[in-house]
Design a protein around this ligand. Structure first.
Ligand SMILES: Cc1cc2nc3c(=O)[nH]c(=O)nc-3n(C[C@H](O)[C@H](O)[C@H](O)COP(=O)(O)OP(=O)(O)OC[C@H]3O[C@@H](n4cnc5c(N)ncnc54)[C@H](O)[C@@H]3O)c2cc1C
Ligand SMILES: NC(=O)c1ccc[n+]([C@@H]2O[C@H](COP(=O)([O-])OP(=O)(O)OC[C@H]3O[C@@H](n4cnc5c(N)ncnc54)[C@H](O)[C@@H]3O)[C@@H](O)[C@H]2O)c1
Length: 466
């Protein structure tokens, strides 16, 4: 400690989502500080990927009777025990978060680590003030190297009357005391699509309010159009609408749309995007540049504009995906350990998946992006219904769309909507990452018959290359 009370460290990590995974025994010789203002483990573990997918799995089960009848199998759903599902999910997750905190704070493996529970912000070059959550006096800490892994947070839109009503976001909706009869979801992105599936499968009447004409509008246009069409069959989807105002009602919240229609929402869920937490850091004071959207600016090695300050994950990465945060964490970890042998992050082929129903997954360029770039390309759309396993499922709506360069035979993009879409996409991600051409991929290996990956085999064979 310096005379002015400043505590010196070798490394400070802000945020315990992907940031917490940086530390391994190779850092044992360093004096490390970790600062966390919220729940240990961050977004993915506590309010993101992990709990949502645990709910999605049960929703998929609950939805089976609605679709099995057309195959001649009559099933009924006897009920969904929400409190049991909710408590099982969080009964598993909460102890992991607490165990992680306990391990970093008290375990002998972490004798070199000091955990600060509070909010960090820059007051100078690699110097941070930490305001503890418990109200005690702020502390100043400084380090040779600082890692910004402090993620993002939910954006709550401005809606007239919102202060007067109870509303939910993805941070709170998974802990509802009971299921409502009706839910209004505002937004048409990942979170809206996943929660609309979950809660409607559990028997909640779902209305989705979306500004544009399509849900999941960042997907390839064919996927987005198909999903919107299917969503309209299943939920009350109000496209081209915004919320004019909300007010308290006897059953929850009364939602008035811009066309004057009034919706009764037992629960109002706002799913209108996330924003990086860079503002909480006072980045300018630390010499850390931020772009117009608030993302910390990094180079290919995940270095910020401030000497010795690195960033990873949602605070600097517009992808806002956990596998990207994990990849960037591995890059930062390597670069901290090997300052003379830096590796660059690889953002060439970042895939994503939406765990709604039907599932959706994509990687690379959409057709619109390929056109915008003036590329010469060919596409093939292969229906699930035209492959053997698709016959078994009687699937009539799913497809895989591949986009390839006809001259080189390299894939440019792939977009799938249908059962197991993320799993079916994985071999394509592999092919693109390692430069495997369409012909080699299609005919250089066996495809198990009659398994679902034949969807990809047939799509590859259908691409008209030069
Ligand atoms: C509902 C939902 C579902 C999702 N599902 C998926 C999915 O299926 N697949 C997928 O790939 N991604 C998914 N994501 C996205 C994924 O959760 C994030 O991309 C990922 O968790 C980001 O990790 P991170 O380490 O960058 O940040 P975080 O995990 O958010 O960690 C940042 C931490 O920093 C702390 N912090 C912030 N500011 C400060 C400060 N100034 N001082 C101290 N601490 C601070 C925060 O409290 C937080 O704990 C989902 C997100 C949500 C919301
Ligand atoms: N499966 C996954 O990987 C997964 C799942 C959930 C969330 N996430 C991540 O979390 C992030 C946040 O998800 P999200 O669904 O909130 O964001 P999103 O960006 O996917 O969608 C936001 C939606 O809200 C609408 N919107 C924005 N502002 C609005 C306003 N003022 N009024 C009405 N509508 C408005 C947008 O038009 C869009 O439809 C995503 O970017 C995603 O990367 C990933």
């Amino acid at each position: 400690m310096r005379l002015d009370g400043t505590v010196r460290f070798d490394l400070v990590i802000i945020g315990t989502g992907s940031g917490n995974s940086l530390l391994d025994p190779r850092f044992a010789g360093l004096r490390v500080a970790i600062v966390e203002r919220g729940t240990f483990g961050g977004t993915c573990l506590n309010v993101g990927c992990i709990p949502t997918k645990m709910f999605v799995h049960t929703a998929d089960l609950a939805r089976t009777p609605a679709t099995s009848g057309r195959l001649g199998v009559d099933e009924t759903l006897d009920g969904v025990r929400w409190p049991q599902i909710r408590d099982r999910v969080f009964g598993r997750i909460d102890p992991i978060a607490e165990g992680g905190r306990e391990y970093r704070t008290h375990h002998p493996d972490n004798a070199h680590v000091t955990v600060f529970q509070g909010t960090a912000r820059f007051t100078g070059e690699r110097t941070l003030e930490v305001t503890p959550n418990d109200g005690s006096a702020p502390r100043t800490i400084t380090a040779e190297r600082v890692v910004l892994a402090n993620g993002g947070r939910v954006v709550v839109p401005e809606i007239s009357g919102l202060d007067e009503v109870e509303y939910h976001t993805s941070d709170t909706v998974m802990r509802l005391p009971e299921l409502p009869e009706r839910m209004v979801i505002v937004g048409g992105g990942f979170i809206a699509a996943e929660f609309a599936h979950v809660f409607s499968a559990y028997g909640v009447q779902v209305t989705v309010v979306v500004r544009g004409q399509r849900l999941l509008r960042k997907e390839d246009a064919d996927v987005s159009a198909r999903f919107t069409e299917l969503a309209k069959d299943r939920w009350d989807v109000r496209t081209g609408r915004t919320v004019a105002r909300v007010a308290k009602s006897g059953t929850g919240v009364e939602v008035t749309l811009d066309d004057g229609s009034v919706l009764d929402a037992g629960v109002l869920l706002l799913a209108t995007g996330r924003t990086p937490n860079s503002d909480t850091l006072d980045p300018a004071a630390g010499g850390v540049e931020v772009d117009e959207q608030g993302y910390v600016v990094v180079d290919e090695y995940q270095r910020t504009t401030a000497e010795g300050v690195w960033a990873l994950g949602d605070v600097c990465s517009p992808y806002e995906l956990k596998h990207v945060a994990n990849h960037e964490a591995r890059v930062v970890q390597h670069n901290l350990l090997h300052p003379d042998d830096l590796v660059a992050a690889d953002h060439r082929f970042v895939p994503h998946a939406v765990f709604t129903s039907p599932q959706i997954a994509g990687v690379g360029l959409t057709e619109a992006e390929a056109t915008e770039r003036g590329l010469r390309f060919v596409t093939k759309t292969q229906a699930y219904g035209d492959i053997a396993y698709g016959w078994a499922m009687e699937d009539q709506t799913g497809f895989a769309k591949l986009i390839a360069d006809p001259a080189t035979g390299q894939l440019l993009g792939a977009h799938i909507i249908g059962p197991q879409a993320p799993t079916l996409l994985q071999p394509i991600i592999q092919a693109m990452s390692f430069g495997l051409g369409v012909r080699e991929m299609a005919r250089g290996q066996y495809w198990i018959h009659p398994a679902m990956p034949e969807l990809i085999e047939n799509a590859l064979l259908g691409l008209e290359l030069d």
